[in-house]
Write a protein that binds this ligand. Structure first.
Ligand SMILES: NC(=O)c1ccc[n+]([C@@H]2O[C@H](COP(=O)([O-])OP(=O)(O)OC[C@H]3O[C@@H](n4cnc5c(N)ncnc54)[C@H](O)[C@@H]3O)[C@@H](O)[C@H]2O)c1
Length: 255
């Protein structure tokens, strides 16, 4: 327990699993009031009870539901200090450009990229009114590096999240609102496990490129998000915040 987010109100999308869930717990440990927005109505209320926060059913592709999520945070706790716009998908239909159809492309763009536009658009008015706020949007290391094991719409969506975050960080820098893109390397979450269970060879091909020799645990990402959310990162905005076990810095990895 600490006080690094004492008296701050944080909204986390995709907070019922993986990186989002670990962050929800970490934020609560540091004193934040946390509002979880997710589709998982089975787990959501349990998680809210565990952390003494609020669960709001929210499909992040739906503008009205996203507005209602941030409105619920402001109505319940009086402010919106942190928005961790993190919900995302990585479905198997999204693969090589040669086999990925338009429906799969569009679905991933909606959930991974349009959602971040909607969440930033909904969060910013509260933060601008307060004159303070920290937005963290989940991109990925694939926004900065190419992979031969392609998921074409996912990669393009994360590139969009990265450049949108950079632009918002620059635009609102003098109004007290920071916007950063979190770029995780591969993380041991249901999203990744599902993908790699289907194709162990693909998992092995990726693991060989990680200098630290393993995938991240969600808690390691949560610690980075906590830093970006807190005032400790007060001079960091418009950044691509890589938490990738050294992948993006490596040419040859250790044996
Ligand atoms: N796991 C990785 O290796 C990895 C690497 C880089 C980036 N990321 C990104 O991190 C983020 C979180 O990934 P994760 O691995 O924790 O995933 P996860 O599958 O464990 O959790 C995703 C959560 O988002 C929710 N969600 C999905 N669609 C939604 C929607 N339309 N509206 C609201 N909520 C929705 C799910 O219910 C779930 O709780 C994603 O944006 C993902 O692209 C993950």
């Amino acid at each position: 327990m600490g006080d690094r987010l004492q008296d701050k109100v944080a909204v986390v999308t995709g907070g019922c699993s993986g990186i989002g869930l670990a962050t929800v717990r970490r934020f609560a440990q540091e004193g934040a009031k946390v509002v979880v927005g997710d589709l998982d109505d089975a787990r959501g209320p349990e998680i809210a009870a565990e952390i003494g926060g609020l669960y709001v059913h929210c499909d992040v592709t739906d503008a009205a539901q996203v507005e209602a999520l941030f409105a619920a945070a402001a109505a319940t706790y009086g402010r919106v200090d942190v928005a961790f716009n993190n919900a995302g998908i990585s479905p198997p239909e999204d693969d090589s450009i040669l086999t990925t159809d338009l429906d799969a492309w569009k679905r991933v763009q909606e959930v991974n990229l349009t959602s971040v536009y909607l969440c930033c658009k909904a969060a910013l008015p509260y933060m601008l009114e307060q004159g303070s706020g920290s937005i963290i949007n989940t991109a990925s290391f694939v926004a900065v590096m190419g992979a031969a094991t392609s998921q074409i719409s996912y990669t393009a969506s994360k590139g969009g999240v990265l450049s949108m975050s950079r632009e918002l960080g620059v635009q609102f820098a003098r109004q007290g609102v920071r916007v950063n893109a979190l770029c995780p390397g591969p993380v041991n979450t249901p999203l990744l496990k599902e993908l790699f269970a289907k194709d162990p060879e693909r998992a092995a091909r990726r693991l060989v490129h990680v200098p630290v020799g393993r995938f991240a645990e969600p808690e390691e990402l949560a610690n980075a998000v906590l830093f970006l959310a807190s005032d400790e990162s007060s001079f960091i905005t418009a950044s691509q915040f890589l938490v990738d076990g050294g992948i993006s810095g490596a040419y040859v990895t250790p044996l």
